[in-house]
Design a protein around this ligand. Structure first.
Ligand code: SAH
Length: 344
């Protein structure tokens, strides 16, 4: 099998290319082709001798990421991409343009296995982990296809990044590396359902990325019902890991809370949420749940969501409602992939 050249970091590539008997500047050229000029093939690397390009093509591969669908929203500046991996697996990514820059939401696994009740990606189960190159190249392809420079990255697409820990951490290092796209770690957010041991490990990586926790419920009992993973890592433990992350990194935690009508939008939820979050340096992001065809969860109406937010605000919680993007293009997690694979 050919080696995935795009998953090698700067030092690893230098070693590898040195091992072929090439001078160090060749490795620098190749790294630049892969991670700055965003080449999709060795043929594009025109400042390399033909012989070397041939050899690279024989021994290495740049993992394919074929655009299987590209949808542009009519409602807001949002674009959705469905990419086909070399082995036929499908993943999705989203580009959202904001006044402060362009943000890309990427997938970290093909499918996932945490089984959250409201999640479209959980329906098919986990196919496999993505390599660092497959995470990087979602951003590279989008930048190339749209001509837009990407300044922010959120790892909130399909998959649980902390269930693919080593590849994820390598991806963050390569994405923020000065030899590559050099995206500021402060502009990167990772969302987790709460894999406690790896949240604690992440706190020790020396990163400046934002950690977002999928909270979704205000008590252990309610959380378990929505998120089976809470059976393994209880609410207390998860909040403890968030505190540890904040203490170690100084980065304020984001809590994500999908509002589901009649399930977690009641007055008692406001009370319990306030108890949990007051005194924590954090930000609460309310996301009216996106209806998924296979599930019967509904979102509260606009006024109810506003009420929920206002009550929390009065209680001193730093809270916002996430503005919806791309609902006309299956913008929400897993929906485009789900429709595509179900239609086959
Ligand atoms: N596995 C990670 C990241 C992927 S999901 C995690 O669990 O955090 C990104 C966010 O979207 C999570 O907060 C997830 O709970 C939420 N989400 C999933 N399905 C949703 C839906 N149908 N409506 C609203 N939010 C949803």
């Amino acid at each position: 099998m050919k080696k995935d050249i795009c998953s090698l970091n700067y030092e690893e590539l230098a070693e590898e290319i040195g091992g072929l008997g090439e001078k160090p500047f060749r490795s620098r050229q190749i790294y630049e082709w892969l991670h700055v000029k965003l080449a999709d093939s060795f043929d594009e690397m025109t400042n390399l001798p033909g012989k070397l390009r041939e050899r690279l093509g024989r021994e290495y591969e740049i993992p394919g990421l074929k655009a299987a669908a590209h949808q542009i929203s009519q409602e807001d500046p949002t674009e959705k991409f469905l990419f086909e991996l070399a082995d036929g697996n499908m993943i999705e990514s989203v580009l959202m343009k904001y006044s402060y820059g362009n943000s890309v939401c990427i997938s970290s696994q093909a499918g996932w296995r945490m089984g959250c009740r409201f999640c479209a990606s959980a329906i098919g189960g986990l196919e496999r982990n993505l390599a660092p190159s497959e995470m990087l190249r979602q951003i590279y392809r989008i930048q190339k296809m749209t001509g837009e420079r990407v300044s922010n990255v959120v790892i909130m697409g399909t998959g649980e990044p902390l269930d693919n820990y080593d590849n994820f951490v390598k991806f963050i290092r390569m994405l923020s590396d000065e030899h590559g796209l050099h995206i500021s770690q402060r502009n990167i957010t990772v969302s987790t359902c709460g894999i406690v041991p790896n949240m604690r490990r992440l706190a020790g990586e020396g990163f400046q990325i934002t950690l977002a926790l999928s909270l979704h419920a205000s008590s252990q009992e309610k959380r378990v019902r929505l998120m089976p993973v809470a059976n393994r890592y209880g609410l207390e433990e998860v909040l403890g890991a968030c505190d540890a992350y904040f203490l170690k990194t100084g980065r304020r935690i984001t809590f994500e809370y999908s509002l589901i009508a009649g399930v977690n939008d009641r007055p008692e939820d406001v009370r319990e949420l306030t108890e949990i979050l007051r005194g924590r340096n954090c930000h609460l992001n309310l996301i009216p749940v996106n209806p998924v065809r296979e599930r019967d969860y509904r979102r509260p109406d606009r006024k109810k969501a506003e009420d929920f937010k206002n009550k929390l605000e009065k209680n001193g919680i730093n809270v916002t409602i996430r503005r919806e993007r791309g609902s006309d293009i299956d913008g929400a997690c897993g929906q485009l992939r789900r429709r595509h694979t179900a239609a086959k």
